[in-house]
Design a binder for this molecule. Structure first.
Ligand SMILES: *[C@@H]1O[C@H](CO)[C@@H](O)[C@H](O)[C@H]1NC(C)=O
Ligand SMILES: *[C@@H]1O[C@H](CO)[C@@H](O)[C@H](O)[C@H]1NC(C)=O
Ligand SMILES: *[C@@H]1O[C@H](CO)[C@@H](O)[C@H](O)[C@H]1NC(C)=O
Ligand SMILES: *[C@@H]1O[C@H](CO)[C@@H](O)[C@H](O)[C@H]1NC(C)=O
Ligand SMILES: *[C@@H]1O[C@H](CO)[C@@H](O)[C@H](O)[C@H]1NC(C)=O
Ligand SMILES: *[C@@H]1O[C@H](CO)[C@@H](O)[C@H](O)[C@H]1NC(C)=O
Ligand SMILES: *[C@@H]1O[C@H](CO)[C@@H](O)[C@H](O)[C@H]1NC(C)=O
Length: 423
């Protein structure tokens, strides 16, 4: 770890540098293009409980599947089954609140197989999604997704999953307010929010629209500004993954400790992974100290894989995920980095002693199979394409976010399963 100490005399230089970087970061980056992103959900805890409930026949429709396999139930382990009867759960063209970067059909995607896959865990079923039941569960409550654009992708998915059950437009609203986007089902007084906070702690990427992707500074001991927005929520779904990945070999995370006001500002530079650990540690400490465990359920969404490297599944790297119309069928295929999630889990486990449980939504492997699930060129482009890009669609293909309806709907079925099974 390189330490750029900034004792008293040098403080103003550091101050200048940080200010400079923050200004430098303010290159308008209209929403996110393909390179960024992050998500992940893991279904994890409650292994035993899931098993017991399955045995007691409490899992939605578990009977058929439970009998066909002796394998222990684990939502994260299973296979994609083509099912054009039960899937998709809603129409992307009809969803009032879908976002243009994930509205693939609207932006010209013609193949539709990607909408018809159902995730089938071995040994049990995920509870069947029922929008009304979820809205009842969220009555007078607030659910907040906190994280990056992939978490926003999951938020849009959940909003589309429930809004089809509220045909009257006067009974649903969506309000944009800076880093916060708020969906409300008025009859239920149910709120489903998304809050932009891609690195979890305070950082130079906190502006939801203006954030540079390749030069990042986090504040190791500052999370309060963000926490004040989500601390009163009944349910929180955090994510953080892709922003910690290196965009190039030299990329390192700048980490600021202390503050200029207190005269103890110090700037470190470290591996991206170590930066992730700093952020998770801060989040864990904050939750341990301040979260109302009697009120707030906490989830952490597992890492959402990208599909930029086609050679991983036998394709041409230069094509990225362009024209992919079917999942990867090779059982056990993995390309995402599973270690960040494991690290996060090891920190969250320290909260158990205080009676605080963080549920990991382990959606990484199931998403890893879905090279066909990304918008590629079928999304709104917020920055005009150049001639070179138009000539070479793979150069701007988005293999990070997910078309809706699609893969994040399953992540939300996991979330739904936890919310209705474990009150
Ligand atoms: C599912 O399997 C993973 C990997 O073996 C494990 O970490 C996790 O605890 C299991 N979760 C459940 C709910 O069984
Ligand atoms: C659903 O898929 C089956 C098998 O692929 C096919 O025969 C059938 O025509 C499809 N139905 C619809 C409504 O697309
Ligand atoms: C509506 O929901 C919010 C939580 O989002 C809650 O604080 C408030 O008390 C609810 N209103 C009523 C009338 O129950
Ligand atoms: C927007 O958020 C701020 C706090 O960040 C709050 O004071 C304000 O009332 C919100 N505005 C709307 C229209 O919700
Ligand atoms: C949480 O609930 C427990 C048991 O009902 C109670 O003893 C405790 O005071 C509650 N804590 C808070 C912060 O409300
Ligand atoms: C993708 O599909 C389009 C339209 O079918 C075709 O013109 C193009 O050559 C394909 N590109 C790749 C990389 O397969
Ligand atoms: C998530 O599930 C995968 C299997 O799908 C497993 O390999 C991994 O260990 C799990 N991660 C966590 C943190 O539970």
């Amino acid at each position: 770890m390189t330490v750029l100490h900034a004792p008293v005399g040098v403080r103003s230089i550091v101050s200048f540098l940080v200010a400079f970087f923050i200004v430098a970061s303010s290159i308008v980056f209209l929403f996110d293009r393909g390179q960024e992103a992050q998500v992940q959900m893991v279904v994890d805890h409650g292994h035993q409980e899931v098993k017991e409930k399955a045995e007691a026949g409490l899992l939605g429709g578990s009977t058929e599947a439970a009998d066909t396999s002796k394998e222990e139930c684990n939502w994260s382990r299973g296979q994609w089954v083509y099912d054009n009867v039960s899937q998709p759960l809603y129409s992307g063209l009809k969803c009032t609140f879908i976002f243009p970067e994930v509205a693939c059909e609207k932006y010209g995607r013609k193949d539709s197989m990607y909408q018809h896959w159902r995730w089938q865990p071995h040994g049990c079923d995920i509870p069947r999604f029922d929008a009304i039941r979820l809205l009842e569960r969220l009555r007078n409550k607030r659910l907040v997704f906190v994280g990056d654009s992939v978490n926003r992708n999951q938020w849009v998915s959940l909003v589309c999953m429930v809004e089809a059950s509220i045909p009257d437009d006067r009974l649903k609203t969506r309000i944009f307010n800076g880093s916060l986007i708020s969906f409300k089902a008025l009859e239920y007084n149910a709120t489903i929010d998304f809050y932009w906070s891609p690195l979890l702690v305070e950082s130079n990427s906190d502006n939801p629209i203006i954030h540079r992707v390749d030069y990042r500074i986090i504040r190791a001991d500052r999370i309060e500004k963000h926490a004040s927005v989500w601390r009163d929520a009944d349910i929180i779904v955090f994510n953080s993954y892709l922003w910690w990945r290196k965009q190039n070999d030299d990329m390192r995370m700048k980490v600021m400790y202390g503050s200029f006001e207190d005269g103890d500002a110090r700037l470190d530079e470290m591996e991206m992974m170590d930066g992730f650990e700093v952020a998770i540690k801060k989040l864990t400490e904050w939750l341990g100290e301040y979260i109302d465990k009697n009120k707030t359920r906490i989830f952490f969404a597992g890492s959402s894989p990208t599909h930029f490297r086609a050679s991983n599944w036998g394709g041409e790297d230069s094509n990225k995920c362009l024209n992919e119309t079917e999942p990867i069928y090779r059982v056990g295929y993995k390309s995402a980095d599973y270690s960040l999630m494991a690290m996060a889990k090891s920190y969250f486990e320290r909260l158990e002693a205080k009676g605080i449980h963080v549920e990991i939504l382990n959606i990484t492997e199931l998403s890893d199979y879905r090279k066909d699930g990304h918008p590629t060129v079928f999304r709104k482009q917020y920055v005009a394409l150049t001639k070179e890009q138009i000539a070479k669609p793979a150069s701007y293909a988005d293999c990070t976010h997910w078309c809706l309806p699609g893969v994040p709907d399953v992540w939300n079925q996991f979330l739904y399963g936890y919310l209705i099974m474990y009150k």
